[in-house]
Design a protein around this ligand. Structure first.
Ligand code: IMP
Ligand code: MG
Length: 191
């Protein structure tokens, strides 16, 4: 186990099994159609690459880069588009793929923008869901795992850009956070 990981929350095997299951469900739901998978970078990079290989319908993929964290552990609520998708989505079936649904502010912002472009449908697939931290009404159509209110890393998820390459999902040791981030997390829990 990585020295900065407090405990493993989801093993490689558990994740692989869940991703296969999600791929099967999504394929059934989109049978005969060609969904446009919109991967929200960077966190979803590992998940989306496994997920599309678990899908057996024709798909197209595009990428959106947004930033909602100032770099630390608590969502600022201010979302910025750094890179938009290139493919037009009018009359397309769009499947947004995210690593984690936390406050929901990022996905609320992204779905709002994409809806304005008149897609045929928009659905959301997220590997992880932290429902207790929700600050928006956004709901995912496909959820891998509902997890407790802990800061997790690995399988694409980072803390200040590190740990994305850890193959499992683990809880980050609080001793690794900056004092500022620890305080911000505590404050959020009280709200
Ligand atoms: P939201 O806007 O609060 O839903 O934040 C979504 C984004 O915050 C995700 O795409 C992640 O990049 C990041 N995030 C939220 N919780 C965690 C976590 O526990 N570990 C790593 N990143 C997280
Ligand atoms: Mg992210």
């Amino acid at each position: 186990m990585h020295e900065d990981v407090l405990r493993v929350l989801l093993s490689e095997e558990e994740i692989a099994q869940k991703v296969k299951e999600l791929g099967r469900r999504i394929s059934e739901d989109y049978r005969g159609r060609v969904p446009l998978v919109v991967s929200v970078l960077k966190g979803s990079v590992i998940f989306v690459s496994d997920l599309i290989r678990a899908m057996d319908v024709n798909t197209e993929i595009d990428f959106m880069v947004v930033s909602s964290f100032a770099g630390g552990v608590v969502s600022s609520g201010v979302v910025r588009i750094i890179k938009d998708i290139d493919i037009p989505i009018e009359n397309r079936d769009v499947l947004i793929v995210e690593d984690i649904l936390d406050s929901g502010l990022t996905l609320e912002y992204i779905t709002g923008i994409l809806k304005d472009r008149n897609p045929a449908s928009i659905r959301i697939a997220t590997l992880l869901d932290k429902p207790c931290r929700r600050k928006s009404g956004v709901k995912a159509d496909y959820v891998g795992f509902v997890i407790p209110d802990e800061f997790v890393i690995g399988y694409g998820l980072d803390y200040v850009e590190r740990y994305r390459n850890i193959p499992y999902i683990g809880v980050l040791k609080p001793s690794v956070y900056s004092a500022e981030d620890a305080e911000a997390l505590e404050k959020q829990k009280d709200n």
